[in-house]
Ligand binder design. Structure first.
Ligand SMILES: *Cc1c(COP(=O)(O)O)cnc(C)c1O
Length: 391
């Protein structure tokens, strides 16, 4: 029996929600079996098989995630699969979807594919100009896609206006909540229809899993699950087990990461060799007011542009002791990269420029290390790479 909790009890929910004690064990086991005894199935959906996304290890983690974000959760083999399924279940040939120019590179590729090959019309809008959204509407517009914190600018869109606009025009709202996580923001109670995650990031938090998730109401959740079943898109039990374990420390990790990100953002902001810092925790940041009003913290990631161009930025990265230069984010270790060569590398240079991703921009996913150690490391690396500034 699953116990009931108030939605606000996140720290309690991550530990207890969805857990079913199996033979007295405190931890849900990994059920490796691909298929299950038939018994007396009443419908096709009673047949249990890993590819049908309905076996116990996956269901355990889906119960927890569904409780955290108040909906029906589907865990997918990657965040990319989650984005794809959520969009493909919301729009078809001839339909239009609105999306921001500033969107995750992989999502942009999915939208481009759907536009080129599947007859979906994509209109890119500026999330900071709500007055212009209506101009992008047509009779066939069905959905509005965005991210609750957009990477690498760490910007928070006017989500209240998005909810109102989607209700007024009968659009499905989709939010990629990967960077915020339910520890900072829960899209569905806020009024968003579909929440999407790369669970490879904060939800798992230990850089050893690739998974995704979609959380929706029961009806849309079923449609998305059926689409996944038809495509043969399903996660394996082992990563589902690891995700269930990782989520139990989500609020602890995220609050430590937010504290570290704020301290680092303030130190970089005060540094003479840093031109720009993007972090909602800085009072001058355009997203400060929204994050303060709606989020349980200012975020675990920041980006900044040092003076001296991309050569200096690269020298700075190489001079750091703790942050590892690697793509991905949300783990306990601090990761660093230049978006121009990672998340947005697949896009043409002109599009990167249009999106506002300069080559010298550095993105930091702050881990759970002691903030003072990280700050001292960035200060020595800024100094060590300073000679490049003149170049
Ligand atoms: C990483 C990421 C994805 C893709 O997730 P994968 O698990 O790598 O497929 C989608 N959206 C955002 C915001 C991400 O950071």
């Amino acid at each position: 029996m699953t116990k009931q909790f108030r939605p606000s009890d996140l720290a309690t929910l991550v530990v207890h929600a969805g857990e079913e004690r199996d033979g007295g064990g405190l931890v849900p086991p990994i059920h490796r079996s691909s298929t299950y005894e038939l018994g007396e199935p009443e419908t096709f959906d009673d047949i249990r098989y890993i590819r049908l996304n309905n076996t116990p290890t996956q269901k355990a983690v889906e119960r927890k995630l569904g409780a955290l974000e108040e909906g029906t959760a589907l865990v997918t083999p990657s965040g990319t699969a989650a984005v794809w399924l959520a969009i493909a279940a919301s729009v078809g040939p001839g339909d239009r979807i609105l999306a921001p120019v500033r969107v995750y590179g992989g999502t942009r590729k999915i939208l481009d594919h759907l536009a080129e090959r599947e007859g979906v019309e994509v209109r890119y809008v500026d999330l900071e100009k709500p007055d212009t959204w209506a101009e992008a509407l047509s009779e066939t517009t069905r959905a509005f896609y965005m991210e609750s914190i957009a990477n690498p600018w760490m910007s928070v869109p006017p989500l209240d206006q998005v909810v109102a606009f989607c209700r007024e025009h009968g659009l499905v709202s989709l939010v990629d909540n990967t960077l915020a996580t339910p520890a900072l923001f829960r899209p569905r109670p806020f009024g968003i229809d579909i929440s999407i995650h790369s669970a490879s990031k904060h939800l798992n938090g230990h850089t050893d899993v690739v998974l995704g998730a979609v959380i929706a109401d029961a009806e849309r959740g079923l449609a998305i699950r059926k689409l996944a079943n038809k495509l043969g898109v399903c996660p394996d039990p082992e990563p589902c087990f690891l995700l269930n374990r990782g989520m139990k420390t989500l609020p602890l990790r995220v609050s430590a990461q937010c504290a570290g990100a704020l301290a680092l953002a303030q130190a970089l902001d005060a540094h003479a060799d840093v031109e720009t810092v993007h972090y909602a925790g800085l009072e001058a940041d355009p997203s400060h007011g929204r994050a303060a009003a709606w989020f349980g913290g200012f975020g675990t990631m920041l980006s900044f542009v040092p003076s001296g161009g991309k050569e200096r930025a690269q020298a700075l990265i190489r001079a750091l002791r703790y942050p590892v230069e690697a793509p991905s984010l949300g783990g306990v270790e601090t990761l660093i990269c230049r978006p121009a060569t990672t998340s947005h590398a697949g896009l043409p240079a002109e599009l990167r420029e249009e999106m506002g991703v300069p080559d010298a921009m550095i993105r930091v996913s702050v881990g759970v290390e002691r903030p003072e150690d990280l700050i001292a490391d960035f200060e020595q690396a800024l100094k060590a790479s300073a000679s490049m500034s003149a170049a």
